[in-house]
Design a protein around this ligand. Structure first.
Ligand code: ATP
Ligand code: MG
Length: 418
């Protein structure tokens, strides 16, 4: 137990860390271009925030939250998703007073008590975007375009953007009624959870993973047929903008997303490369959430992208990336004087921006050179009494074998100039 991380969690290190850095670097660079600023919210929030925002008929609230009472007897929950915390921060810091829209992104761990399987962990990471302060479909398109552009830049293949509209609460009310009528006689055949959802939020039945429920709602009427004029126009404008942008999508009226707060646009990016957990990114518009959480009514759109699933997809499509470590120079040593001197030289080189290493283990010279090779050192040198006394050193190019005789005091300049 002491030597095993808790179920559903993973250590990220070694070559894999490099993949994370590359992907996160692209996310940050892209957000910079889109004018989206980073936000870091607390890992835990008051439980009430998630009950209010995520919704009490959702899987997250019903079964997946890490909730506990702290020593002050407050109910605290580790964040299962990013939107609620960011929406809370938007209200708390009066961000509506800034010129709108407010555009924020986060790269953070999320916590859900789930049945673990490939692409489904208990601690996982999301790259998320939240944009506030506009009801225009242009904002929906901008949010979608961030995900689309990122996936394109990462070279993800076989990924499909699916969009749908759930309409405003009025349209949804109308659709819920239609859906209840459709399910009607089959109510007793639904899974126990869907039986509960049927009254409170029948839309959730469309998102159920139970095979029986899936079969029952297979030919359910489309929510798109229940949209009023304004919601239809919004969806049409979104499609027009996406078409103009050259962003390919399919309309899928079965997409309802796992969270209660969505209104109008919802979307998913789904890949066939990683089996059942193929939804890499999900998002939508949530025009009532800010008001629900105590702010003024504010138009907002966002998405959450699962970083583990994104990396799994890239690996399934491109294989494991090879990451060779590279260092500029290894300064080996013989004897105490050389050993001490090499530590100081390496410190100065590193300070000057050079990737340098030396022996800190007490290896033999032969073992030091083997190690220099292993860490991908481009150059190497060995310092002993003689080198220190006479201010000279031989620097070897590890690739060509070429040796340069230089002054030991000049080693920093020598490395800088090659
Ligand atoms: P799913 O249907 O797979 O349970 P979800 O609807 O619960 O997904 P969201 O809450 O919309 O997912 O989260 C957005 C994204 O975060 C998902 O598309 C997925 O990529 C990722 N994600 C969600 N839950 C997990 C998890 N337990 N482990 C890894 N990634 C996850
Ligand atoms: Mg889920």
């Amino acid at each position: 137990m002491l030597t095993k991380a808790p179920k559903g969690t993973k250590d990220i290190f070694g070559p894999e860390m490099n993949d994370w850095h590359i992907v996160e670097g692209k996310m940050r660079a892209l957000c910079e271009k889109f004018g989206i600023e980073e936000i870091r919210t607390p890992v835990f929030e008051h439980t009430e925030l998630f009950l209010r925002s995520v919704g009490d008929t959702t899987d997250i609230v019903q079964k997946e939250m890490y909730t506990f009472n702290d020593k002050g007897d407050r109910s605290i929950t580790l964040r299962p998703e990013g939107t609620a915390g960011v929406a809370r921060a938007y209200i708390e810091h009066g961000m509506h007073n800034n010129a709108q829209p407010t555009k924020l992104y986060y790269i953070e761990p999320m916590f859900r008590y789930e049945n673990t399987q490939a692409g489904r962990q208990r601690q996982f990471h999301q790259f998320g975007i939240e944009m506030f302060g506009s009801y225009s479909a242009a904002l929906d398109a901008e949010v979608i375009s961030v995900a689309y552009s990122l996936l394109e830049k990462l070279g993800v293949k076989n990924i499909e953007l699916r969009i749908n509209s759930l309409g405003c609460p009025e349209c949804r009310g109308k659709y819920n009624k239609t859906l209840r009528e459709f399910i009607g006689g089959n109510l007793e055949h639904l899974c126990p959870e869907c039986k509960q959802r049927f009254e409170k939020n029948p839309l959730r039945v469309l998102d159920c993973k139970n095979e029986k429920c899936k079969e029952i709602i297979k030919d359910a009427p489309s929510v798109l047929d229940c949209l009023d004029e304004e919601c239809t126009a919004h969806f049409e404008q979104l499609k027009n903008i996406l078409d103009e942008m050259g962003i390919k999508y399919t309309v899928d009226s079965g997409i309802v997303r796992g969270l209660d707060y969505y209104t109008k646009t919802v979307f998913e990016f789904v890949t066939t490369s990683i089996g059942a957990q193929g939804t890499v990114c999900g998002g939508g518009r949530y025009d009532n959430l800010i008001e629900e959480c105590g702010g003024a009514k504010t138009g907002a759109v966002g998405f959450g992208m699962g970083i583990e699933r994104l990396l799994l997809t890239l690996e399934a499509q491109n294989g494991k990336a090879e990451h060779k470590r590279v260092r500029d120079i290894y300064i080996g040593s013989i004897g105490e004087t050389g050993f001490v001197k090499s530590q100081a030289i390496v410190y100065r080189l590193r300070n000057a921006g050079i990737g340098a290493d030396c022996d800190t283990v007490g290896r033999s010279v032969k073992a030091q050179m083997k190690y220099a090779n292993k860490i991908g050192s481009r150059y190497s040198a060995i310092i002993g009494d003689d080198e220190v006394a006479n201010d000279k050193v031989s620097v070897k190019n590890m690739e060509t074998g070429e040796v340069s005789e230089i002054k030991l005091s000049e080693i920093e300049n020598f490395i800088k100039n090659i």
